[in-house]
Write a protein that binds this ligand. Structure first.
Ligand SMILES: [Ca+2]
Ligand SMILES: [Ca+2]
Ligand SMILES: [Ca+2]
Ligand SMILES: [Ca+2]
Length: 383
């Protein structure tokens, strides 16, 4: 934050005060109608942040006025500032009488400094390989159909440097939430847009800045930023690592990380490899190193035993199946290939709890069981 406090910023601040004092309108002119809550977590959950601004009180370091919830607490408060276009220096925009950011002379930018759990103000202690999921929602009036210049809303580090996954082209999603015409404003009726962006920052849990460049005569009105720490292997970004993540990773086999999403590229080489037991395999990284288990462990208790075999037999020759059903190679079918994976790892045990001592079939009898299952079902299909 200190980098933006300079002689230039003092001049900009003085201009802000003067212009704000000359305006006669007061208060914000539009309340977002379509902002959404995160679906993968609730505001206030552990290792998440939420901050929202509507009344923009200062051109530099406005604190969130709608809400600010961080768990666990972080020692620094987020700040929203006007910056120059394509720059992190204080900008020519100013606080309008409607408590928005505005410029009638030049394009300008906004930057929101967000303090994250692995940053200097946070508690740290997060699992190695954790990343950050960021949801940005903004509302602003348009000038000739433009508010933010396309491609400029992005996540950068607190000094403006690039973060993998934070560039606009890497956004998981960009959606228009609301578009309105004839919205009353201090400058007459305007078009108004509410938009949402989602980003995933792999291997990044530090502080960050949300920034974007805005066209002249567009009035920047509201901003909401939610973030959550994502554990390694949670490729579905739902704050849980389970069989659904294995299935999702299988489904991206052969795709580029840019296409699939950076969260899938667990062995970070730009390509998603979901072939078991191969060099640089992302699925091996998930199954072996993140989940600590082997192919065949349908219930992910780090043991391959009759419980998993029961899942497999229950779904034998079924289609549209996943890891939890006994599909261990991602082809969505439960068949002899999956049984072979299970038998190969039969009685694998990486659990820390007591080893199951109940009587279990020997591998030889297991293979006979599998052969019997194939035989029975083959006869049924012919019948
Ligand atoms: Ca998940
Ligand atoms: Ca990879
Ligand atoms: Ca198991
Ligand atoms: Ca299969």
């Amino acid at each position: 934050m200190n980098r933006i406090v300079s002689n230039i910023s003092i001049a900009a601040l003085a201009m802000t005060v003067t212009l704000a004092a000359n305006t006669t309108q007061a208060g914000t002119y539009h309340t977002p109608t379509s902002f959404v809550e995160p679906t993968a977590w609730n505001v206030g959950d552990a290792n998440t942040t939420y901050q929202e601004w509507d009344i923009l009180a200062s051109a530099i370091g406005t604190t969130p006025d709608v809400g600010h919830t961080v768990n666990p607490a972080i020692s620094s408060t987020p700040g929203l500032s006007v910056v120059d276009i394509d720059s992190e220096t204080p900008g020519t925009g100013f606080v309008s009488g409607s408590a928005n950011y505005y410029s009638f002379s030049q394009h300008y930018g906004i930057g929101a400094d967000i303090y994250n759990h692995g940053g200097p103000s946070g508690a740290g202690g997060l699992p190695a390989g954790s990343g950050t999921y960021v949801i940005v929602q903004a509302g602003l009036s348009l000038n000739g159909g433009t508010g933010f210049f396309p491609g400029t809303l992005q996540i950068v580090d607190p000094n403006g440097g690039a973060i993998a996954g934070g560039d606009n082209a890497s956004a998981i999603q960009q959606s228009n939430l609301y578009f309105g015409t004839g919205i009353p404003s201090p400058f007459g009726p305007v078009d108004y847009s509410e938009d949402l962006w989602e980003f995933f920052l792999p291997n990044y849990v530090g502080d960050f800045r949300v920034r974007g460049d805005i066209i002249v005569h567009s009035s920047f009105d509201v901003l909401r930023v939610d973030s959550a720490i994502i554990s390694p292997g949670d490729v579905t970004l739902d704050r849980s690592v389970d069989g659904a993540d294995v299935d999702a990773l299988f489904a991206e086999d052969g795709n580029s990380a840019a296409t699939a999403g950076l969260q899938f590229d667990l062995v970070a080489d730009g390509t998603i490899i979901a072939t078991p037991n191969t060099t640089d395999s992302d699925i091996d990284e998930l199954v072996h190193n993140v989940l600590g288990t082997e192919y065949g462990d349908s219930n992910l208790d780090q043991i391959v035993n009759p419980t998993d075999l029961a899942d497999l037999t229950l779904n034998w020759l079924g289609t549209g199946k996943g890891w939890a059903d006994g599909d261990f190679n991602g082809d969505t079918i439960v068949n002899p290939t999956d049984l072979a994976s299970l038998t190969l790892n039969w009685l694998f045990d990486n659990s820390t709890g007591p080893v199951e001592t109940a009587s279990v079939p020997e591998p030889s009898s297991l293979i006979l069981l599998g052969a019997a299952a194939v035989g029975v079902l083959s006869r049924r299909r012919r019948a």
